[in-house]
Design a protein around this ligand. Structure first.
Ligand SMILES: C[S@@+](CC[C@H](N)C(=O)[O-])C[C@H]1O[C@@H](n2cnc3c(N)ncnc32)[C@H](O)[C@@H]1O
Length: 280
């Protein structure tokens, strides 16, 4: 029997295909969320056979997000945030993290997964400094013309553009570079770009072997997924000042001026790199 969990006490929201895994919902399941279906859970079980540390890197990525948003709101004084490829609402979302520091912080979330759109809009209805835009991030012209995005960029104040675990869903590297560049060009001076991205060191070592096996497993479900080299990920920050500690494994990342938090669990999260950069 097809698993058909209910949405908002009613039917599954329109446009949501529960028969095929969605990256947002598989990730939600990895984080312990409830907004997923049997097709998502089945793929997740297959991923876990290859990479049992998957929930560890998913949580490490959310912790990175929390540290970055807190630092940007607090130390860098940023009041405008764009969370591009936001995913399903989870325990601590960008607006909650930012508004804990600065109640005036504004956040625009962007995603094109119908499950995210439905849940994101529902969650954010009660927060007047938060908006949700349903858009395909591979179409920067359309995204930048969206009233919520254009409105946030219009007053010329620094904006933090967060693309966490999103850009590796654009398969072609040159296209990814061009898209990231177009968004950066639209940011006012003093803005920030924060990225996490799947990485393959390409050295034939254990992480290389692991991600190669993982890609083969998920290629039917997520055909555009691309693990990239550290050099390629670093180039996404082209023209920006990359802050310390640079573009590094999530395990080695810390806020500028801070230090690495002890986290004894190595694994697949060694294949996730993150970095933050400033536009002059
Ligand atoms: C793995 S989730 C990451 C969620 C969140 N950023 C995080 O790091 O916790 C990737 C998200 O990117 C979204 N995404 C991927 N490609 C996209 C595109 N072309 N346009 C908009 N959203 C996209 C997916 O729908 C999904 O919600």
């Amino acid at each position: 029997m097809t698993d058909q969990p209910r949405y908002d006490g009613g039917l599954v929201a329109p446009g949501i295909d529960t028969t095929r895994p969605s990256v947002a919902r598989v990730y939600d399941y990895a984080l312990g969320g409830k907004d997923n279906y049997e097709s998502d859970r089945e793929l997740y079980r297959q991923i876990m056979e290859i990479a049992p540390e998957t929930p560890v890197w998913a949580r490490a990525n959310r912790r990175w997000l929390s540290q970055v948003i807190t630092w940007l709101a607090d130390e860098a004084g940023v009041l405008h945030f764009i969370d591009a490829g936001s995913g399903l609402p989870t325990a601590e979302n960008t607006h909650q993290i930012a508004q804990k520091v600065s109640p005036d912080a504004s956040v625009v979330y962007i995603d094109n997964d119908p499950s995210v759109v439905a849940h994101g809009r529902a969650l954010l209805l009660d927060n007047d400094r938060t908006q949700f835009t349903a858009a395909d991030l591979t179409r920067p012209d359309e995204v930048l013309a969206d009233p919520a995005v254009a409105g946030l960029l219009a007053d010329g104040q620094p904006v933090a553009l967060v693309m966490a675990l999103m850009l590796h869903h654009i398969h072609d590297y040159e296209q990814t570079l061009a898209i990231a560049g177009q968004y950066v060009d639209a940011l006012p001076p003093g803005s920030y770009l924060a990225i996490t991205h799947a990485c393959n060191p390409g050295d034939g070592g254990p992480v290389d072997q692991l991600v190669t096996e993982l890609l083969a497993k998920v290629k039917d479900a997520f055909p555009t997924l691309a693990f990239r080299s550290v050099a390629q990920i670093s180039s996404l920050f082209h023209g920006l000042e990359i802050l310390e500690p640079g573009v590094v494994r999530l395990a080695d990342w810390h806020v500028p001026g801070g230090r690495v938090e002890d986290d004894p669990q190595p694994g697949i999260r060694d294949a996730i790199y993150g970095g933050v950069a400033r536009k002059s």
